[in-house]
Design a binder for this molecule. Structure first.
Ligand SMILES: Cc1cc2nc3c(=O)[nH]c(=O)nc-3n(C[C@H](O)[C@H](O)[C@H](O)COP(=O)(O)OP(=O)(O)OC[C@H]3O[C@@H](n4cnc5c(N)ncnc54)[C@H](O)[C@@H]3O)c2cc1C
Length: 440
């Protein structure tokens, strides 16, 4: 039997339950389809750092596959057009892929299913628990994190499965090298995509430097690699599985020590879990401005405010520094994301989705469920029982950047600008007043 496995957000060999279903095939075609980024909320394309991290993750997967005599076919286009063609060209009998949240992702799979002449199976590869292990139907998912966590926190999490020792050979196909986009990691975040780097970071954070023991105290640090785990880029691209991270924490707690911090890191993994299941359940409403009459979100779209926020040129030096860090490195801390998001929603009164789209473009850890779920939460239209969070940016600066080191490092101080500017050429006020008008 010939099989095709379509890698999506599961760019790894170890703990990949989807791939494991195809080890007995006669020939196995492994495919990755470059994500199509659609223009949305004045944002288009993928940021250079996000693209770089993804390309490195693909190269690393390809290197791992080469050791097992396999390769990865990297293609560009729509899955629903590409995969049926590959099925025909390579006489494929069955197709497998990981299940991923997201409305476009789901509708793409639906269209693909209607075009394929062979069965398509989807596997859960990105959550701690499988859907059939949840103690409720997805439709009855608790509305907020706390009741969700109470119901799932004691359930056994399946251990990660080993990488296959062998893979069936690929069919005779033309495999192209993974391109290099010429971008290097920023010196402030010198990390690379791929399972090897992800596992190294996990080992260091948990077992070697044992930073996990102070995580609860340091997690709000604005710099990467020194406060929080900074595992998100590998988790989001699937270079690391969330079960591998959970297993490493459990092993550390079992063999070394458990404290509030080790508990807190697992706790954060459940936030990720919650947002993933919410994204599956909420589908397209994850992208709606407001999800009910109760949480109608009043906002405007003032292009200049949005442009200033994106460029890190607002009247809030800390927000400017965060935005500079985000674009330069592709990452910013959870605290920074909350501050920047609150600024966009509450101080600039913009539609939260514009901010989410900008994050989507740049984050090397972009994850549709975590990004849109957290933005909804911040804007008070999602899973937050308190409804909307307005951060006092001055207070946040005093607490999290008391000496202004972070703000200076990322050039957050900008000359203040008038709140509204009117270009006399576009809006000749003097004309309206009947002064200085030129006869035409
Ligand atoms: C507006 C906004 C947008 C966000 N967008 C994303 C995104 O696109 N991708 C993404 O992975 N995370 C997102 N987050 C969640 C969180 O900010 C990042 O997961 C975290 O900053 C990653 O750094 P870390 O790995 O050092 O996290 P740690 O604090 O070390 O946490 C460990 C892991 O737990 C998970 N986690 C932690 N906090 C959250 C959270 N609030 N929600 C969901 N999962 C969490 C992540 O997988 C993270 O890697 C967003 C948060 C906000 C407020």
């Amino acid at each position: 039997m010939n099989s095709l496995y379509w890698f999506r957000n599961d760019l790894r060999l170890s703990d990949n339950p989807g791939l494991c279903h195809y080890l007995q095939s006669e020939a196995l075609l492994l495919v990755y389809i470059w994500p199509i980024t659609r223009p949305w909320c004045n944002v288009n394309g993928m940021g250079k750092q996000r693209e770089r991290f993804l390309l490195e993750s693909l190269q690393s997967l390809r290197d791992e596959l080469a050791e097992l005599g396999q390769d990865l076919l990297l293609v560009y286009g729509s899955p629903e057009l590409i995969l049926p063609r590959l099925v025909e060209d390579y006489s494929i009998d069955r197709v497998g892929a990981s299940r991923t949240p997201g409305y476009y992702e789901r509708t793409t799979v639906q269209r693909l299913q209607s075009r394929l002449t062979v069965p398509l199976a989807l596997y859960e590869t990105s959550t701690l628990l499988d859907e059939d292990r949840l103690p409720f139907e997805l439709e009855a998912l608790p509305p907020h994190f706390t009741p969700f966590h109470k119901r799932v926190k004691s359930l056994p999490i399946p251990g990660p499965i080993d990488a296959p020792a062998q893979l069936p050979p690929p069919p005779a196909a033309l495999f192209h090298p993974v391109r290099d986009n010429g971008v290097r990691p920023h010196t402030a975040l010198p990390i690379r995509g791929g399972s090897h780097s992800g596992r190294r970071r996990l080992r260091r954070f948990v077992f070697e430097q044992r930073d996990i023991l102070q995580y609860k105290q340091t997690r709000n640090c604005l710099d990467p690699l020194t406060g929080s785990s900074t595992l998100s880029p590998w988790l989001a691209n699937g270079c690391l599985s969330v079960r591998e991270v959970a297993a490493a924490i459990a092993h550390f707690e079992h063999t070394e020590t458990a404290n509030e911090s080790t508990y807190w890191l697992s706790f954060e993994l459940f936030w990720r879990e919650f947002f993933h299941w919410r994204a599956y359940r909420d589908d397209i409403s994850l992208f709606k401005l407001s999800t009910s009459q109760k949480n109608l979100h009043f906002c405007t779209f003032e292009p200049r405010s949005f442009a200033r926020w994106c460029a890190g040129d607002t009247d809030f030096p800390l927000v400017n520094a965060i935005m500079q860090q985000l674009v330069a490195t592709g990452w910013c801390s959870n605290r920074s994301r909350q501050i920047a998001a609150s600024c966009l929603v509450n101080d600039l009164c913009l539609d939260w989705r514009y901010g989410a789209a900008f994050f989507e473009k740049h984050l090397i850890d972009y994850d549709v469920a975590c990004n849109y779920g957290n933005w909804q939460y911040l804007a008070g239209v999602g899973a937050d029982p308190r409804g909307g969070r307005h951060f006092d940016i001055e207070k946040q600066s005093r607490t999290y950047d008391p000496r202004g080191t972070f703000t200076r490092k990322w050039h957050g101080e900008r000359p203040r600008q008038p709140r509204f500017v009117t270009d006399a050429a576009d809006w000749p006020i003097n004309d309206l007043q009947g002064q200085d008008s030129e006869e035409t």
